[in-house]
Design a protein around this ligand. Structure first.
Ligand SMILES: [Zn+2]
Length: 157
């Protein structure tokens, strides 16, 4: 049986898990992770709150705010992307905050992986909602491709 990396519970063989890079998640857990990142409207506040919770501090340190500043200014990262990277590294990959970690310098190392990860959740979510909205019975007519339109008469060129 597979262990869902998000909720740390087993996925029964009857359940269809969501696969991502060799790991299996509960479908609802998979979508929950995206909701955690996209819950609020105020990206700056969401990010600050998340960092404070993560590091168990009251306000983000000057080092952290200068790191955020430089990520957004020089690397073009979004606040949501930085939030997602930290979430990916600590909550999903399960890395722990050590005493020696004073900032969020990990972000550039995981930004692309995190982006791929959240994009794949987004895609899975869209596919799911499409299926949900589909009528139970439908006649799908497959149209024969119209080949006459693109046919070019070479002799007339
Ligand atoms: Zn789960």
């Amino acid at each position: 049986m597979a262990l869902c990396p998000f909720c740390k519970l087993y996925i029964s063989t009857k359940e269809s898990g969501k696969n991502y890079k060799g790991k299996k998640y509960h479908p609802q857990c998979f979508e929950k992770m995206l909701d955690d990142i996209e819950s609020g409207d105020d990206d700056q506040k969401e990010l600050n709150d998340y960092i404070c919770k993560l590091f168990n501090i009251k306000t983000i340190t000057p080092l952290m705010s200068s790191q955020i500043q430089s990520f957004t200014d020089t690397k073009g990262y979004t606040l949501k992307g930085i939030h997602g990277s930290l979430y990916y590294f600590f909550n999903i990959e399960g890395n722990e905050i050590g005493e020696d970690i004073k900032g969020i310098g990990i972000v550039p190392f995981v930004y692309d992986d995190a982006k791929d990860f959240f994009e794949s959740i987004k895609k899975a979510k869209e596919t799911n909602s499409k299926f949900k909205n589909m009528p139970k019975t439908s006649n799908v007519k497959i149209k024969r491709p119209d080949t006459s339109v693109n046919k070019i008469d070479i002799s007339k060129i």
